[in-house]
Design a protein around this ligand. Sequence first.
Ligand SMILES: Nc1ncnc2c1ncn2[C@@H]1O[C@H](COP(=O)(O)OP(=O)(O)OP(=O)(O)O)[C@@H](O)[C@H]1O
Length: 695
Amino acid sequence: MDSLRLLSRSARPTNHGTKSAKQSTPSNGQHAQPQLFPAVSPSRDGQAAASKKRKRSHKAPTTADAHTPEPGLFGVRANLESLAIAHAPAVEDVAGSKTDGKRMPDDLSSDEVRALLKQHKLKITWLNAGALQKKRKGKGESKAKMEKPQLYPQPLRSFHELADRHALASRIAINIRDHGYNTPTEVQMVALPLLMGRPDSYLPAATDADAQQTLIAGGADLLSVAPTGSGKTLAFMIPLISKIVQEKSEDEKTAPVTSAIVLAPTKELTSQIVNEGRKLANGTRIRITQLRKGMRLPFAETDLASGDTEQPAVKADIIVSTPGLLYSMLDDEENAKKTSLHGVRYLVLDEADVLLDPLFRDQTLRVWNRLSDPGLRVSLWSATMGSNIEELARSAIQARRQRLSAQHGDVPEAPLIRLVVGLKDSVVPNIEHRLVYAATEQGKLMGLRQLLHPAAASKDVGAPLLPPFLVFTQTIERAVALHSELLYDIPAEAGGIGRIAVLHSDLTDIARDNVMTRFRKGEIWILITTDLLSRGVDFRGVNGVVNYDIPTSSAAYVHRVGRTGRAGREGGVAVTLYSKEDIPYLKHVANVVAMAQKHNGTSDGGGMQQWLLDALPTLSKPDKLKLKKRGIESRTSRGKEADPKSARRARISSKSGFDRKLENNRQGAILGSKRRKQAEDASEAEGDSEFEGFD
Ligand SMILES: Nc1ncnc2c1ncn2[C@@H]1O[C@H](COP(=O)(O)OP(=O)(O)OP(=O)(O)O)[C@@H](O)[C@H]1O
């Protein structure tokens, strides 16, 4: 077995061999606990307090209890009607008042819910709580408290509850189980019931009856900020598939051709989302398609009859696309008129902060505005989301509602809920961070080689990284240069140049797919890339990330290093090599690392000491923006023209490259001649045996 066949994307650990072939790569280790903030046993005081308030006979929600799978439940779709919906005596609402709420028999009490949400670092805020605000103003509450009330919904403690409480089709439940998903991650604990259930059950009792009615019918919009690798794809895909299955089963004929659109910034990510979605939708007749060039969007029935649709159209319930591609198809006026995307009721923006960043903003908003269903629900997902992005999303929702209200009469406002898991815009807690000063470009190259070679452990860069790992550069040109520099570093006996590859957006789609597949299969050990792969892409078992060029914003750092340590796996390492030239731009990375170390209680490791943090210069806001937009100037082609001397210093090359190439050729020739000799010997030994077909 190839011991590096670790990257195929699935939660189910595939058993590729015997016990003796156990993986030694750390970040591929067991991830029985995909939650990042598993609940700890409550303190004695806490326990006492909880038990005093406990009114029912079942135990307090420790994680072990909360997530113990109950065998047998999955295969059966529970009949919601048959479940007695108890009217519990009283539920404390967000404002602290008492209300008669509808409760399920095994609901947690309000104190238990609060404790569980707190343990898992889940914070849920109702961002447009206008109706509630008005009521509270009357009661004379402070403005700050009125603006954005916190919500304390019943969290999902096990995937079984989806069938029991949210009418999840049994087929999807089986798919979830078959792919090894047992315990919901934090983001799934809240997002799944919110998106699949009745949003009114989330809202404080003070919300007026009309608003409740609107919410029951319409669902909620969601902004979800959860760490990298925390299972956001499942959190939006399960509700989409479930809702479409329900709608189709109610009335297949009136169901639209396409019900949902998922936008993501790269082809790699759209393809991954499609694969993940298809696993969940297996056997449900829900079609999920990655939009590609040359495809045509579905036309409305009326236009299909007009005979002008020779080209077959995409027939997909869920279309997954980059915003640019979808927009370019919609941009064709003729197409746009006929295209039947008016039936789309769900829009998902994965990596929403990038999609609403100036690079993609225009295309994303145009696609969003082309979706004309007044009941369109939108959800935005990312590990990082600045307040400007939140504001932008809010105003886009608001502007669209006003526009549609003018056309169709009053379009009701859906609740906009923000879910934050852990500390906003921070790295996952299970990664080791190393910041390594390499002085010059040559030093960085040397540092990378030390990380690459098992025998080259160095005090400066730390222990070598276990492949597979990713190396990020600032530009395509630098990724290509670094690739050719390192090409011969892996000896022929270990697979040679085939073990190292480069992936960037200048490659053809086929070449990109090919590299992704080979990296997932474990054939490629070291993948050099640009920020193209920094977002969303999930390679199971990546052991390390090397920032050969420092990331140009703290969000970029969070996402790049988030390619390791996914789904709670331990052992991932993130190394950032920096030269003298990087020092003015290092603070945003150093801050993220310092914060991670503070939370992990490891403030003395990783080279991030307080004095270093204090000594680093702080960039002005315009400089920050410039850095984010253009990167470090001397590493770009613009910089080459402006300052050739600095650009020469920043070049990735070493004199020994040529020599090593010659040496590699020589070694290849020797190896080839050995193999030929062995083949000749073998064929002589076989004698005149008959041709038995190609192997
Ligand atoms: N409940 C779960 N139990 C175990 N593994 C899970 C669970 N949910 C998701 N995973 C696995 O976690 C990994 C990361 O999931 P996913 O790619 O959805 O993360 P993400 O939150 O979208 O990350 P990013 O912010 O980097 O895009 C995947 O391999 C997925 O199969």
